[in-house]
Design a protein around this ligand. Structure first.
Ligand SMILES: [Zn+2]
Length: 92
């Protein structure tokens, strides 16, 4: 199976997801992730494994008070992120 190609924009999205895992993602970052994923087939497979990231992003809606994610959810996200990185077999 051919590996999808990731653009520089994609790498920015991966960095934003990493920020999210560090609880440092801004609402603008969430919006950027959602907007990019909507138009980037290459990222869909990766993001599917991080579906909870996108769902949790909605907690950061500017009109709502952000809620901290639970430790278990954070570990699940981190594991999914690491697995996705490892599956690509090359540095981002
Ligand atoms: Zn992408």
């Amino acid at each position: 199976m051919k590996s999808p190609e990731y653009s520089e924009d994609c790498k920015e999205i991966f960095a934003l997801i990493s920020d999210y895992l560090d609880l440092e993602l801004s609402p603008d970052g969430c919006a950027e992730i959602e907007a990019h994923i909507a138009g980037c087939p290459s990222c869909i497979e990766f993001v599917e494994s991080l579906r909870k990231t996108i769902d949790l992003c909605r907690l950061y809606h500017p009109s709502e008070v952000p809620e901290p994610i639970g430790q278990q959810a954070r570990e699940q996200l981190l594991n999914a992120y690491r697995n996705a990185m490892a599956a690509r077999g090359r540095p981002v």
